[in-house]
Design a protein around this ligand. Sequence first.
Ligand code: HEM
Length: 451
Amino acid sequence: MGVLSNWYNRSLDRIWGFVEDRTGMRKWALRPQPDFTFKPSYWTGAFVAVAFLYQVVSGALLLLYYQPSTAPTLTACGQLAGAYSTAPAAWCSTYYLMNSVPMGNLLISTHLYGAYAMIFLMFVHFFRGYYLGVYKAPREFSWMVGSLLMVMTLGMGFTGYLLPYTQISYNATNVGLVLAIRLPTFGPLLGPFILADGTSQGLLSRMFDAHVVLIPLALAGLLYAHIALFESHGIAPPATSDPLQRRRFTEAEDRQHVPFFPHILFYMTKWGAVYLGVLFGIAALWPWSLPTYVGNTAAVGVVTEPDWYFLWLFKFVDFAGVTPVIAVGVSTVLFLYFLFLPYLDRSKRTHPRDRPLFIWAGTSLLEFFILMTVWGGETPGVQITQMTVATTLGPLFLVNAVVIGLFHWRYRSSYQRRLAARVTPYPGAYAPSPSPASPPLSASSEAKSLE
Ligand code: HEM
């Protein structure tokens, strides 16, 4: 075993030495990480990136078959006999892929579920960062670029939904567009750009272009900036109550950290393989079925419903008194809150027990999104009275305030008591009268700071 691992290490050194010599690169672009980060919770962003990569690959394969046209005359429809020969080509080509191309159904199902997974993982990444205060200095820009990535990712979902050209996606896209063109300032500018010449073909072409060229380019550019910022700051250490605790590693610490190659790469490859295994397993067990096409006169009872990640907004419009302008206004305010969060939450402490107000706001918003999503899925399009809104959301926010307030009071006072009882607080711990320097971060000192 020892001989084998020596041989392996020597071979890696030789290969890497060769690459360094020929490229002039002195170290891997991706920086080393401390060993306490080898837990999935530290790599939620990398999971999103893996999901994004699979979307790019599967999307490129889908492009081989997809025809972005509303006309029923293209080859895709000719290949389908009988009733379907009058359906729009965008739908026919999707139907053909799913039913006649080997593994076509698996390909499109993994692309669709992969999109759900990417959006879900992005929310996990976002809320983890929110609760652990990773947006605090020096990572404010990482957070803000991340917020733009969130918009782009949701934009990918929105534009992709119309592409199979099903009646349900067409109806929901129209609801979304009505909201989008009511955006203050941007709406009137966006309107002509999205709606093109006002025809269905114009809209489909714009959505197709946005889905396969414009948004992926923006996403890739923002992702590059996001990862470059991450490389410059290193991973955020665990949350702490110590306002002086450094949030950035020094070069000397970096040298003791685990290198990207092979450790981090292998670690991520393992999780990437798990991700693909689960995705393909789910797609094989529960393949997607294509709803009916736009304009099918035989279809009855087609509901208007967006994908799950827009259901909260869709339901919000059902609230009595909420006009599209109000819905768009509220979502804009929410976005601005998330975007500028690093400058709203000014305290230097990252531990949730030190940020009751922001933990309350985040928890209430998270519950609001979940509740509205379930509500939207259960009763799409059913009006909700102001009384029901008040009696459902009011107590929820109130209970959050009471529970979080009690936790804050309980933990802060017991934490202060324990600190006061200590003759010499451990190095790097939060002390009411700040000391000028903090010692280097380590897993153990951080674990203590979370006591
Ligand atoms: C397409 C969506 C996104 C991708 C692919 C992505 C990717 C990544 C990656 C690879 C990292 C490195 C560390 C890790 O794996 O967690 C990271 C870190 C980070 N991301 Fe994202 N991210 C996305 C969206 C977001 C969003 C929506 C936010 C918040 C608004 C955000 C904020 C951050 C912050 C603050 C860090 C530094 C965290 C730390 O050091 O622990 N990201 N992201």
